[in-house]
Design a protein around this ligand. Structure first.
Ligand code: FAD
Length: 458
């Protein structure tokens, strides 16, 4: 039989597109090499990392002044921590399998490889099955970038997947790369007792976020982690006692001995796999599949979504693309053209931003102004002891339309939702300022920032 749609990969892009297409009446198959559905995000990404960060938050809370309440030093049972991580993952991946069944999406477990523009071979335990389709969606995701000088066969070298296992809690962990994934795992290991050094090649950690937001994060963590920016790791030598690191910065080279290294230097797309290029699908030089706003590739009946395509490598971007592309295949006239894709670092404090950043506005010479409300003036933040934070709006100088926003502080990621909607709706400072925000609340800082910008308060 010929499927209306075959989706290769069951991550947030893959399952979102398969489910939407099935809901629209298409006959759908989804191919996944692993037993569990959900891709990187559910199995070894977004979800297990947040389960561990939840535990890290509890541990760190015990360290903080509790305003009259004294906590004792926490006792950590690593087996139970791992159990929380795994049961969270299992609940969600199990839920996906049920949802696929409920929608009559055929799930085929095995390694998929395109055979032609209308067929794919699925191989499992040496057995091959040819699957024919009218349309296909490539949702094969991405993988961690590897560095040539890293001795990966040494068990003290971690990537994000092995770091999530919590096999060992090293005394001193070097996190190579100061991006979101590295910093979230640094937060987890620090809470479990590791000394943390972060080495970042660029001039700031958390590239992509405005420096003033990152500074608040750095200040809050200055006693917990060492941040080395403009620092390149150029060699790692494994000895029985330690991993000897050679670092290079503006002062020259120096050595650092650590117990473990987490390599978190970014991810690269899986475009050069699964026979994708061989059937004529066009890729760029880095291996991203080229698509238009509807997810169409250079082959008319083949589409691509998620990390394997251009844009931020984020789960919610993948799933939104997945919905649009499924609808396009079902004959709807829709495009993927978001004004704002939120980014959140689930660190302590959280750093969250959406739309245009101030840095990007300067680079592109877009005339913007900013309105910043410091959390040291928020009643809720003071009462809750979370004054290390700020809420910033970036708005068009002439129209006062909000183009971007950044928040650093407790629950910043949750507070960002309002601003993502504001940007999509084309809201101005006045629209936000006239919206009644509950008092006292952390989201009130959004309203107060808008009032400051609009000049209704000073
Ligand atoms: P993937 O999730 O990578 O799924 C691709 C699937 O395709 C995989 O299951 C793979 O096994 C399968 N596959 C590939 N090739 C084949 C083949 N030939 N045959 C059969 N199956 C195949 N994003 C967020 O938005 N929020 C977060 O908090 C967040 N945290 C993260 C934390 C970590 C540690 C990591 C590593 C990533 C995190 N991400 C986060 C990124 C997020 O996981 C990805 O953006 C998202 O998973 C991409 O979805 P996708 O559908 O494109 O691909």
């Amino acid at each position: 039989m010929t499927y209306d749609l075959v989706v290769l990969g069951s991550g947030p892009g893959g399952y979102a597109s398969a489910f939407r297409a099935a809901d629209l009446g298409l006959n759908v198959a989804m191919i996944e090499r692993h037993n569990a559905l959900g891709g990187v995000c559910l199995n070894v990404g977004c979800i297990p990392s947040k389960a561990l960060l939840h535990v890290a938050g509890k541990i760190l809370m015990a360290d903080e002044p509790a305003h009259g309440v004294q906590f004792t030093k926490p006792t950590i049972n690593l087996d139970d921590v791992r159990l929380h991580r795994q049961s969270t993952v299992d609940t969600l991946t199990g839920g996906l399998a049920m949802m696929a069944k409920g929608r009559k999406v055929t799930v085929l477990h095995g390694e998929g490889k395109f055979d032609s523009t209308n067929s794919i071979i699925v191989t499992k335990e040496g057995k091959e099955e040819k699957i024919e389709f009218k349309n296909a969606i490539i949702a094969v995701g991405s993988r961690a970038i590897k560095l040539p000088f890293v001795p990966y066969d040494d068990s003290r070298i971690l990537d994000s997947t092995s770091a999530l296992q919590l096999e060992n809690i090293p005394k001193h962990l070097l996190v190579l790369g100061g991006g979101i994934i590295g910093l979230e795992m640094a937060t987890v290991y620090q809470s479990l007792g590791s000394k943390i050094t972060v080495a970042e090649l660029g001039d700031q950690i958390m590239t992509g976020a405005d420096k003033d937001l990152v500074k608040v994060f750095e200040q809050a963590n200055k006693d917990r982690m060492t941040f080395l920016t403009q620092t390149q790791v150029i060699d790692i030598k494994a000895t029985p006692k330690a991993l000897n690191i050679t670092l290079k910065d503006k002062n020259g080279e120096r050595n650092l001995a650590v117990d473990s290294v987490l390599v978190a230097v970014g991810r690269s797309p899986n475009g050069r796999t699964a026979g994708i290029a061989e059937i004529g699908v066009e890729l760029d030089e880095r291996g991203f599949v080229l698509t238009d706003d509807q997810g169409k590739t250079s082959v008319p009946n083949i589409f691509a979504i998620g990390d394997v395509t251009h844009g931020p490598m984020l789960a919610h971007k993948a799933s939104h693309q997945g919905h649009i592309t499924a609808e396009v295949i079902a004959g709807h006239k829709v495009d993927f053209q978001p004004l704002a894709i939120p980014s959140i670092a689930y660190t302590f404090p959280e750093v969250a931003w959406v739309g245009l950043t101030e840095t990007e506005a300067k680079k592109q010479e877009i005339p913007v102004k900013t309105a910043v409300f410091p959390w040291s003036a928020s009643g809720r933040a003071i009462a809750s002891g979370v004054t290390q934070g700020k809420t910033k709006l970036i708005y068009d100088e002439a129209t006062e339309r909000v183009l971007g926003a950044g928040i650093v502080g407790s629950h910043a990621g949750e507070l960002l939702g309002e601003l993502t909607l504001a940007i999509e709706f084309g809201a101005t400072l006045e629209d936000i300022a006239l919206t009644i925000h509950a008092h006292p609340s952390l989201h009130e800082t959004v309203g107060l920032a808008a009032e400051l910008g609009a000049g209704t308060i000073t």
